[in-house]
Every structure is written in C-alpha cells, then in structure tokens.
Design a protein around this ligand. Structure first.
Ligand code: B4P
Length: 194
C-alpha cells in the first residue's frame, strides 16, 4: 500500500495537492478538516463541539479525530492506499495512526512536508476567507493562533517521522503544478526503492 502523510502548516496547500494526488495514485483521501466540516454541516453533536474550537483556530481533541480516522480506515478496507491530509497533528495522533496501520499489516510510506513561510500562509488564508466563508480564515488573530498551534503541537512530528527515516521536506511556494511535480517525483523515487 502507498500511505502518504501530507504535512504542513494551515494554508500550505495540503488540501489542494491532495486532490491531485488521489487522482494520480488512486488513493483514498482522508482529511480530518473536511470530515469535521462535514459533521458541522450535518449539525451533529460532535460537529457543534468541534465548531467552537475550529472557529477559534484551536485543535479538536485527539480522541475525536483518532476515532474518526479509525472508522474511515475500517470503511475503506480494499483501498490501494491513503493520503492523510491534516492528520496526524499531535504526537498522540501519530502514535495512534502507527498502531492502527500496524493492526492492518501496513504502515506510513512517507511524510511529505510542504514548507511555506508565515507571511505567505496568512496571505493565502485571508484570500480564501473572502470566498469560502470559513470562520477560521477570516482574521489574522485566528490565523496566527492556527500557526502557533501548528508550531507548538504539530511541527515536532517532523522529528517523529525523521526518526523513522520517512520525513521529506518539499518547497511549498511556487505554482500548484510545480509543487505537485515535486511531490510526485518524491513518491515515485520511493516506489522504485521499495
Ligand atoms: P484543515 O481543514 O486541515 O485546514 P487547513 O490547514 O487550513 O487546510 P489546508 O492546509 O489543506 O489548506 P490549503 O493549503 O489547501 O483544518 C482546519 C481545522 O480543523 C484546524 O484548525 C483544527 O481546528 C481542525 N482539525 C483538522 N484536523 C485536525 C486534527 N488532526 N487534530 C485536531 N484538529 C484538527 O489551502 C489554502 C489556500 O491556499 C487555498 O485557498 C488554496 O487555493 C491556496 N493555495 C494552495 N496552494 C497554493 C499555491 N501553490 N500558491 C498559492 N496559493 C495556494
């Protein structure tokens, strides 16, 4: 199986690149952000709880997102592989993901980290906020909180995957197609070795 963690700060292009990667490699796209927004749209109790945290730019509790990913893995037993987009975001999530995949006799192939500076991230998210209506893209203070959450809780996962020899940094500034090409080169190089 090809299991890719697409990593990066908010606005780095994870969602944008995931859409292209699932098409090319026929993978199942698991975005915890999208699943949570689906819960909000459906008006579930989980969605109502998550909305308060998401609107403030804070992370949703680990047990909530781990449970969501676990059931999605069970629902996609025949998949050729997965793109994990926005998950894991904490050490506890990364450890749980490793355990869940091990139980299914598979593992993460690679963690590809899109690198984008804070000024560019803020610019992209404010532009998206104008059209998307997403509360967490509307003002700089919330965006700053999301970037801080990323730096404090999520960025350390680079070390977690480096220790497993799976971390790869990717330049996240450029055109969508240029970045896609870098990601594909990296995935394809890994496939030749495996
Ligand atoms: P996400 O939905 O993951 O939100 P995101 O980080 O903003 O998405 P992404 O990074 O994919 O955006 P993209 O670059 O594609 O999470 C939202 C919230 O959900 C979190 O804050 C948290 O509260 C909660 N949550 C989700 N997962 C969680 C977890 N595991 N644990 C706890 N809480 C969790 O797009 C950004 C913009 O940039 C777009 O407008 C795009 O068009 C543009 N763009 C993309 N590539 C570009 C390029 N090359 N050049 C210029 N612009 C580009």
């Amino acid at each position: 199986m090809l299991n890719i963690v697409l990593f990066g700060p908010p606005g780095a292009g994870k969602g944008t690149q995931s859409e292209k990667l699932i098409d090319k490699y026929q993978l199942v796209h698991l975005s915890t952000g999208d699943i949570l927004r689906g819960e909000i749209a459906a008006g579930t109790a989980l969605g109502l709880e998550a909305k308060k945290l998401m609107d403030a730019g804070s992370l949703v509790p680990d047990e909530v997102v781990i449970g969501m990913i676990s059931s999605k893995l069970d629902q996609n037993k025949g998949a050729k592989g997965f793109i994990f987009d926005g998950f894991p975001r904490t050490a506890a999530q990364a450890e749980s993901l490793d355990k869940m995949l091990k139980d299914k006799n598979t593992s993460i192939t690679k963690m590809l980290a899109l690198e984008v500076n804070n000024d560019e991230l803020t610019k992209r998210l404010l532009i998206r906020g104008k059209n998307s209506g997403r509360a967490d893209d509307q003002n700089e203070e919330i965006i700053r909180n999301r970037i801080n959450e990323y730096n404090n809780k999520t960025a350390p996962l680079k070390n977690y995957y480096s220790a497993q020899g799976k971390f790869q940094s990717i330049q996240g500034i450029g055109t969508v197609d240029e970045i896609f090409e870098s990601l594909c080169k990296n995935i394809d190089a890994g496939k030749q070795i495996a």
